[in-house]
Design a protein around this ligand. Structure first.
Ligand code: GLN
Length: 497
């Protein structure tokens, strides 16, 4: 099999199953690719070649012995460094967790291992998943494989860049306000934020617990569905985990049919404020969906105008509480532990040096929003807006089966362009945040390159909670139509590496 790194996960898994190629060969090809390009891309913070090769050898041995393994057995994966993995460094892109090796696996990691997926290593991210460019990592930025001077999105820029650079065919991201979807959009890859509660958060280091959700990332819709099926499902160790049957996302990706579906264009998420080339590709994709047999309707979600404001009160409030656990006592970094400083001083020295500027900004914002006298005005109002957004979605889903919008307002911007302007950075998530506030499901998939800069454009599909399969029906249908039109998958065009 030629050029292993450019194959889809489904094709690789099938070849491994049939023993046309070994899992060790597939893993080696990806480790070699990481060796060749990751000093330029910097998608990975930690690569565990030895463990990956040992796991791959185990898969080969069991296949040789006649065992029937899962549909992704032997396929390599890049894991965002916000999920714990027993004994493997987990930093969340922060200096405060430097040197911490978790004593347990996250549920997602347990499920990946049980499915015999080969975890190559941990990927770079904005510190504690706060950001849209991966520039807020304490370990330096990740670069976009389409143009190394540009950002790969964030916070999960490492996972998306690993896919786009052909360092891994599968990746795991997490999405609190857009951190799976916006990186997918700007790297020309596919990313799904499942329904809140669909994928267990046990072992996912918390940013904002009422919004955080882990999800699958890949270079095409079917691979994303196969990975979704591996990680979704109830886990009693996460109190917000849904105890309902997992929708059959793989069957939906196979069906790839939008005939008779009503697809809603959200008035508040289209039109002004988007780069011309983004709007152009988005509108073309909508016409393709119509041509494929869907009915396009317009929907109004007036409260979406307040989503960003509400999110930047709710997220910092929850984060300020969640990040209190990083006190220099329990994990990673500890400064001033020399017998001359009080416990409070050790905590303060550690947090001062261990957290970056964006994390401190949000801790301060959140502490303020929750403080007595301001709680009702800020946090309380934001929660009311959240309810209004949920109602807007409910009304929209009464007249549409799914909603669509561009995923991000622009293509990948230049490294350094927005890093000193928090509001400009926050505005990247204008179209992705409402879904998190409502707990719904959404996918970003590539729909072409913007005319003015030749960079990938993503389209967002949004579905009601627990109807994740609709994302795959629409995403797979659109992807197939685009492939027919252009004769290839977009990503095969990809990077100048
Ligand atoms: N960019 C958003 C933020 O900075 C989203 C983060 C996320 O989804 N983890 O909060």
């Amino acid at each position: 099999m030629s050029d292993l790194i450019r194959q889809s996960a489904a094709v690789l898994a099938e070849a491994i199953r049939r023993r046309e190629v070994s899992a060790v060969e597939v893993t080696t090809a990806h480790l070699d690719r990481i060796g060749a390009v990751d000093d330029q891309v910097h998608a990975f913070l930690h690569v565990d070649a030895e463990a990956a090769l040992a796991a791959a050898a185990g898969v080969d041995a069991r296949i040789a012995a006649g065992e029937v393994l899962g549909p992704l057995a032997g396929v390599p994966l890049a894991l965002k460094d916000v999920l714990t993995m027993h004994g493997v460094p987990t930093t969340c892109g922060s200096r405060i967790l430097q040197g911490w090796r978790p004593p347990y696996d996250a549920s997602v990691v347990e499920r990946l291992r049980a499915a015999d997926i080969i975890i190559l290593g941990k990927t770079n991210m904005d510190e504690f998943a706060m950001g849209s460019s991966t520039e807020h990592s304490a370990y330096g930025p990740t670069r976009n494989p389409w143009d190394l001077d540009r950002i790969p999105g964030g916070s999960g820029g490492g996972s998306a860049a690993a896919l786009a650079a052909f360092e891994a065919p599968l990746a795991i991201g997490t999405d609190t306000g857009g951190s799976i979807r916006q990186p997918a959009a700007v790297t020309g890859t596919v990313g799904v934020k499942p329904t809140y509660g669909a994928v267990p958060r046990y072992g996912l280091v918390a940013l904002a617990s009422s919004l955080d959700q882990a999800g699958p990332c890949a270079r095409n819709v079917m691979d994303t569905a196969l990975l979704h099926a591996v990680i979704a499902g109830h886990d009693p160790r996460d109190s917000t985990s849904l105890d309902v049957p997992v929708p059959d996302v793989v069957a939906a990706a196979q069906r790839a049919d939008v005939r008779g579906m009503r697809i809603g264009l959200v008035r508040q998420l289209t039109g002004e404020g988007y780069q011309a080339g983004v709007s152009q590709r988005f509108e073309e994709a909508v016409r393709i969906l119509e041509h494929l047999g869907a009915t396009i309707v317009e929907v109004d979600c007036p409260s979406f105008d307040y989503a960003l404001g509400a999110y930047y009160l709710i997220l910092p409030s929850e984060a300020s509480s969640n990040l209190a656990r990083f006190d220099g006592m329990r994990y990673g970094l500890r400064l001033g532990d020399d017998g001359e400083h009080s416990v409070e001083q050790v905590m303060s020295l550690t947090r001062e040096a261990g957290f970056g500027a964006e994390v401190k900004r949000r801790i301060m914002l959140g502490t303020y929003a929750l403080s007595s006298g301001y709680y009702d005005a800020y946090y309380g109002s934001a929660q009311k807006v959240r309810t209004l957004i949920q109602r807007d979605f409910a009304a929209a889903f009464a007249s549409a089966d799914v909603l669509v919008s561009p995923t991000a307002p622009t293509t990948a911007f230049r490294i350094g362009e927005k890093v000193d302007d928090p509001l400009a950075m926050y505005l990247n998530d204008i179209a992705t945040i409402p879904v998190n506030l409502a707990g719904n499901a959404a996918m970003s998939l590539p729909v072409g390159l913007a005319a003015e800069d030749g960079l990938p454009v993503g389209l967002q599909v949004m579905a009601p909670a627990m109807a994740d399969e609709r994302l795959y029906l629409v995403g797979a249908a659109l992807e197939a139509a685009l492939r027919d039109q252009w004769g290839h998958l977009l990503i095969e065009e990809a990077p100048a590496l």
